[in-house]
Design a protein around this ligand. Sequence first.
Ligand code: GLY
Length: 333
Amino acid sequence: MKRRNFIKNASLTGVGIAVGSTLSSCGEIKSEEPKPTAAPEKASLPIVIATWDVKRAVATAGEALQNGEGILSALEKGCNIEEEDESNQTVGKGGRPDRDGNVTLDASIMDKHGNCGSVVYMQNITHAISVAKKVMEDTPHVMLAGKGAEQFAVESGMKRENLLTEKSKKEWEKWLEEKEYKPIINIENHDTIGMLAMDENGDISGACTTSGLAYKMAGRVGDSPIIGSGLFVDNEIGAAVATGMGEEVVKTVGSFLVVELMRQGKTPQEACEEAIMRIIDKPNSNYKNVQVAYIAINKKGETGYYSIHEGFSMTKFQNNENVNIKSDFYNKK
Ligand code: GLY
């Protein structure tokens, strides 16, 4: 175990520093007055955080919350910005297709009560997050897939569109010529937009939306619509969302893991780091060839973010400030 991890684990298991009591030389426990600690500062609310440099989306969600809109509506509005932005080739319209040229979308949403909705492998509908929200709110189900999700979206008033833009089509055709399947480390070509928010009441919800891995096999579904993998919210504890190579996130049930680590007392930063280490420390880990990153928020409004490789960033809206912050990462080489 790395020294840093040992120190973190030790403090959780009681091996570390005991507060409020000491062992005398003969083993008798003596009480000590707990040292006065500064009262934790109350976080300024609302807070919105998102994977990658998506300042317009995060500002939209943050301002919606400041204007008194519901948290789910704010998250939906924020994600919709990226879904309809054709220059973003990782979500919604303009997303890169699978190897057969089909753009297929995955998305999920989860609220403060633990309700959730998701869509997987959905085609021809730009706003996947809006369909996921409707699945949660208007159906007895959690997840709709493929044609069923598309049919439900159309019946709910959304229009069918061709999601394959000329730019994404040309790039796919070039990829076909090379006839080589190499999932790229998504450093420049980022993917999933994951967004977490805490409203004025301190309640937390989250959302994520993606067109998934570029040039994936037909039928492939990643982590984003799988509750617990791509996204997890527990309003008692906090929330986490993932971006990057979904297969690695699914294998470690990543977002649930981050929230459970926070439940055990880790800060969001420590929890994100430990969840990334689970991927790195696996026997035969493929971490050198894949990027994965997590962002997280806890009930105090503290946030964290960490990735395997350089290049990941988080956007944060708080106190009317909207900043993009580079993430620390594991692979310093
Ligand atoms: N994280 C998105 C995906 O792997 O599909």
